[in-house]
Design a protein around this ligand. Structure first.
Ligand SMILES: CC(C)(COP(=O)(O)OP(=O)(O)OC[C@H]1O[C@@H](n2cnc3c(N)ncnc32)[C@H](O)[C@@H]1OP(=O)(O)O)[C@@H](O)C(=O)NCCC(=O)NCCS
Length: 170
């Protein structure tokens, strides 16, 4: 995959199925289970009800990854110790498309979008997620807190690390 074939753009409601296909690739939920959740979120973003942003990465018109941002308190709900603010709230690339710059392009796009809206950006990842930590460190994220327990009610989750980037530092 050359960089010329890869494009990143804001997601629209019609992308729900393509995003659900990528989301299902992590094995947590099936495409059928996750599709209505994704469609509702995209509709609420489009209507302005939800303070979030989702973008998709396409190769030859097929969605191979997506990235999300959240600036609403429903994202931090269940994590009482987390600061309010804008978060990179998830990035996922199809396993067959990894290590080709897709995650980087999705993160670059979201950071450019956020730069217009905030001075500080956070993200959470599990303490063992080496790819995620390596990817985000390129964008100036530094660890500020470890051992954040899983969300209230999440019995399968593992401790997370909180990272922060300041645009004034870059
Ligand atoms: C994390 C993830 C999004 C990276 O996507 P990707 O498209 O493979 O990433 P890129 O190809 O853009 O990689 C950019 C950089 O990230 C780092 N990186 C990516 N995958 C890595 C891996 N498996 N091991 C170590 N570093 C890795 C490298 O520094 C890489 O640069 P390089 O390829 O020039 O060495 C992808 O692995 C994924 O979807 N993982 C599952 C979901 C997840 O954990 N998301 C993050 C939650 S916060």
């Amino acid at each position: 995959m050359s960089t010329l074939e890869l494009g990143v753009r804001a997601a629209v409601v019609e992308d729900a199925d393509g995003i659900a296909r990528v989301a299902a690739s992590d094995g947590t939920q099936t495409r059928t289970e996750i599709l209505p959740l994704i469609r509702t979120e995209l509709e609420e973003i489009a209507s302005g009800k939800l303070h979030r942003y989702t973008c998709v990465a396409e190769v030859d018109g097929t969605i191979v990854g997506y990235g999300r941002c959240a600036g609403d308190d429903t994202f931090t709900k269940g994590f009482p110790q987390l600061p309010d603010g804008w978060y990179l709230s998830g990035v996922l690339v199809l396993p067959s498309s990894r290590r080709r710059g897709v995650g980087r392009a999705l993160t670059q796009h979201r950071m450019e979008w956020l730069r217009e809206r905030t001075e500080i950006v956070y993200f959470l990842t599990s303490e063992t997620n080496v790819p995620s930590v390596a990817l985000h460190s390129e964008f100036g994220f530094v660890e500020i807190q470890r051992g954040i327990p899983p969300k209230t009610g999440d019995t399968r989750g593992i401790p997370r690390c909180l990272f922060r980037a300041r645009f004034s530092d870059s």
